[in-house]
Ligand binder design. Structure first.
Ligand code: AMP
Length: 398
């Protein structure tokens, strides 16, 4: 059989991330990042065999132009005729989609209906879907939703304590995000530890620039820290995470901020960046803290404390805690943050293996608790692209 390739697309409002995976091995053969889409100086950068190549999208500086350029790049490497299907990351599937699905016009209408739940992301995801349909004519397209994995959350976990009409009329409830990553890491943690996923009570911390944490038991999501939007939950790069909702009135009265200005402040100027006054990037925060920068030290302590508190609450949701898994850029690399969290939750049965913790970095999975630790902590690099490619292949009948 000739080589079958899966194209995975992840579109933001002004960006497009793409990866071409070999369906048999799961290896990424080519990746790309389109940036400034919608502006005259939009461009796309391709990475192939470790080499980068930047292409200016002058004639069509938008998502379609980026997919056209990607097609040209695929032709250059003789990959174009081997692309068998396209998988799309879609941020919100609301309550409509609890699994990935083959895209047709009804699914496009379904994704459009979820726009109020992800007003910035779903329209961008749709741009990617339309562009792929236009340029890769006749190929199957599959939607893989960030929210789908959390559709198993029980009602008591997803309902906000507000009048129920708001849920019934507007869908106001907790949905959660990062579901594709949780699905991958839950499978991979169980495989790595040689245990049955369905009998593990797991808490997974996906700590990237956006960060959340999830409770998984009986193989399904029981609760997660993000809610209606990704603003709820943990302290993140630029997001505040949990905050008294009365802050909106407070900021209006005392700082003259409108609702949209306050929303912007909590999403884009808060978190590690707001607290430190230095950076949203965890590496810079850790370096700053080591050099004694007071804001960086505070940001690190608040980040870790709030994360550890959430490990405790997610242990309640999972009905106990056998395995704590760390993933995402911070979870996979920051031995400092992992060590501080394990210290806080040592009463739950975690004993850190300091040497193993220092070694589990840069894409290396590893158990970071000692052999006699009652509960296990593990680092598992996430791979959302692979999960999307696997769903895409399965639903396309490959
Ligand atoms: P992601 O959104 O998953 O790509 O993660 C981005 C975050 O991971 C940023 O805050 C980075 O600073 C952080 N990160 C990446 N490498 C390291 C590292 N070696 N140590 C600490 N944080 C890291």
């Amino acid at each position: 059989m000739s080589q079958q390739l899966i194209l995975v697309l992840n579109c933001g409002s002004s960006s497009l991330k793409g990866a071409v995976l070999d369906n048999a091995s799961g290896d990424v053969l080519l990746s790309c990042l389109g940036e400034k889409l919608g502006l005259p100086d939009a461009y796309i950068t391709f990475k192939f065999n470790g080499e980068k190549n930047k292409v200016q999208l002058s004639s069509n500086p938008n998502h379609t132009g980026a997919v056209e350029a990607l097609m040209e790049e695929l032709k250059k490497h003789g990959f174009d005729s081997s692309i068998a299907a396209i998988g799309h990351r879609v941020v919100s599937g609301g309550e409509t989609y609890s699994e990935s699905i083959l895209i047709d016009e009804a699914v496009i209408a379904g994704i459009e209906k979820c726009i109020p739940l992800a007003p910035l992301h779903n329209p961008a995801n749709l741009l990617g879907i339309r562009a792929a349909q236009e340029i890769f004519k006749g190929l199957p397209n599959v939607a893989v939703f960030d929210t789908a994995f959390h559709q198993t959350m029980p009602e008591h976990a997803y309902m906000y304590a507000v009048p129920q009409e708001l849920y019934k009329q507007h869908g106001l409830r907790r949905y959660g995000f990062h579901g594709t990553s949780y699905r991958y890491v839950a499978d991979e943690a169980a495989r790595f530890l040689g245990k049955d996923k369905n009998s593990l009570r797991m808490v997974i911390a996906h700590l990237g620039n956006g960060a959340s944490i999830s409770a998984i038991a009986e193989g399904v999501s029981k609760d997660t820290s993000m809610g209606l939007t990704p603003l709820e939950g943990l302290v993140m790069g630029t997001r505040s995470g949990d905050i008294d909702p009365a802050v909106f009135g407070f900021l209006a009265d005392n700082a003259g901020l409108s609702v949209s200005e306050a929303t912007d402040l909590l999403n884009k100027k808060s978190g590690l960046l707001g607290l430190s006054g230095l950076s949203s990037d965890c590496r810079a925060i850790e370096e700053g803290a080591l050099e004694g920068h007071p804001g960086a030290k505070l940001a690190l302590e608040v980040f870790v404390y709030r994360l550890a508190k959430y490990v405790g609450s997610m242990a309640v949701a999972a009905g106990g805690l056998d395995v704590l898994a760390f993933t995402g850029g911070i979870g996979e690399n920051s031995d400092i943050i992992r060590s501080k969290v394990l210290d806080y939750v040592s009463f739950l049965g975690f004993t850190e293996d300091k040497e193993a913790n220092t070694k589990a970095r840069f894409g290396n999975a590893g158990v970071i608790t000692t052999a006699d630790s009652k509960a296990i902590a593990v680092v598992i690099p996430t791979n959302e692209e692979l999960m999307i490619a696997q769903d895409t292949a399965r639903l396309s009948g490959l």
